[in-house]
Design a protein around this ligand. Structure first.
Ligand code: NZQ
Ligand code: ZN
Length: 388
């Protein structure tokens, strides 16, 4: 286990009936609020009305940034920054999924600097300060509600880039599983694939001595495997939505990744899919993950697949190790494609090999992704080929 600093400042209100505290939490941070949202899902669900009424009864002044798209664009960030600067906004409230939260994070940072916010992504400009952020999560997937990361797309440069900084971590997050009852089957499946991938990126590494974190990760994976199908068939099952929601936060709030070494692999490969084709993040991950697992399987990495297959899918430990490893990959594919019902190839979602070279080069930034198995450009191209 690596040494690490673990410092989570996000206060979480989990469960129903906490929204009456929102006015007080916002007031403690400022009087002028920028409410950020995506399309109409929060209006249709009735959540928007409840939130506006909380803001109004707390006597706060409200501004709005709307229509933040999935795979949020830098232009939305720029618009949010403009509203904040022109009106002296003091606190930002993000209501939505990861895209709204990520966009809001860079609005918070951009509002307190005097350069174009794309520079946070393109040039690694320092995020020294940011307006305080409160989130009301409506989709279990990215963990953005409890982490210091945001991912923003720039269609002009065909780039989708992530950036983390402590100042971006939300001050307060409201996690009410009931707010995810209206999430479609497709987005529930994609979100579940995303949560699983966040755990895989840490679990499938070569770092030794992670017993305690391993047990925790295996529990998180079993949680997704148990509850995602229930949420698909019973969208208003509180227990299923609650378990998925809390798993999404803990899969990527630093708890499991802080002690682990090694770079993430599927995420950089997927972000290029989103950048070039505007693919839903979880779907791209679902297509890539089993192929990446296959590509990384070797004598050296075999024990990890065996541990995973036995502990997570209950595969018979007396089988030959190589059989367990193959079965583990098969189980992952079956879960993603049969149980969650996600498409299983690039071809099915209209992606050909035309951009593989450029995407692979960008995914490894011209070098090597030093993860479970080091991946250079040609390795990534091969994995993309396997996804066709
Ligand atoms: O725009 P609206 O109308 O709100 O509809 C959204 C959107 O169309 C809908 N939705 C959200 N909550 C809903 C709902 N529909 C019905 N009922 C609800 N309660 O779902 C659609 C997708 O929303 P989005 O926010 O894009 O999904 P997600 O939460 O999966 O976020 C994906 C983005 O987060 C990034 C991804 O790359 C992608 O850009 N990620 C962010 C990370 C982070 N901050 O740490 C890590 C992740 O690995 C990921 O890269
Ligand atoms: Zn992800």
């Amino acid at each position: 286990m690596h040494g690490f600093i673990y410092d989570i400042k996000t206060k979480v209100y989990f469960g129903s009936n906490h929204l009456s505290t929102l006015g007080g939490e916002l007031s403690a941070l400022g009087k002028k609020v920028l409410l950020c949202r995506g399309g109409s899902s929060v209006i249709r669900s009735g959540l928007y009305g409840k939130i506006v009424s909380e803001i109004k009864s707390a006597g706060l002044e409200m501004f709005e940034l709307t229509d933040i798209a999935p795979n949020p664009r830098i232009d939305s960030v720029r618009e949010g920054v403009r509203i904040c600067k022109e009106n002296g906004v003091e606190v930002v409230l993000a209501v939505g999924g990861g895209s709204v939260l990520d966009c809001a994070k860079f609005v918070c940072a951009g509002a307190l600097c005097d350069f174009d916010p794309w520079k946070f992504m393109s040039e690694g400009a320092p995020v020294k300060r940011a307006l305080p952020l409160i989130t009301v999560l409506t989709l279990s997937a990215t963990g953005s509600e409890m982490n210091p990361t945001g991912v923003i797309s720039n269609p002009k440069t065909t780039e989708k880039l992530g950036r983390s900084a402590p100042a971006l971590r939300p001050a307060v997050s409201y996690l009410d599983p009931e707010n995810t009852y209206t999430v479609s089957k497709y987005q529930t499946a994609c979100g579940s694939a995303d949560i699983l991938s966040h755990i895989f990126e840490v679990y499938f590494q070569r770092e030794p001595g992670m017993y305690m974190i391993d047990c925790f990760m295996e529990g998180l994976m079993k949680t997704v495997i148990k509850y995602a199908p229930i949420a698909l068939s019973e969208p208003e099952n509180y227990e299923a939505r609650a378990n998925l929601m809390w798993a999404s936060s803990w899969a990527i709030n630093g708890f499991i990744s802080a002690p682990a070494g090694g770079a993430w692999s599927c995420h950089p490969m997927e972000h290029e899919l989103s950048a070039f084709y505007d693919v839903t993040h979880g779907l791209g991950l679902a297509i890539l993950t089993p192929r990446w697992m296959k590509y990384c399987l070797s004598e050296e990495t075999l024990p990890r697949y065996v541990q995973f297959g036995v502990n997570v899918f209950g595969i018979d430990s007396s089988l030959p190790k190589s059989v367990i490893a193959e079965l583990s990959i098969k189980k992952v594919s079956e879960f993603l494609y049969d149980t969650l019902g996600l498409d299983d190839s690039f071809t099915k979602i209209g992606i050909g090999r035309e951009n593989f070279k450029a995407m692979a080069k960008k995914a490894c930034e011209g070098g090597v992704i030093n993860g479970f198995r080091p991946l250079a450009q040609e390795d990534i191209e091969k994995i993309y080929e396997m996804c066709l």
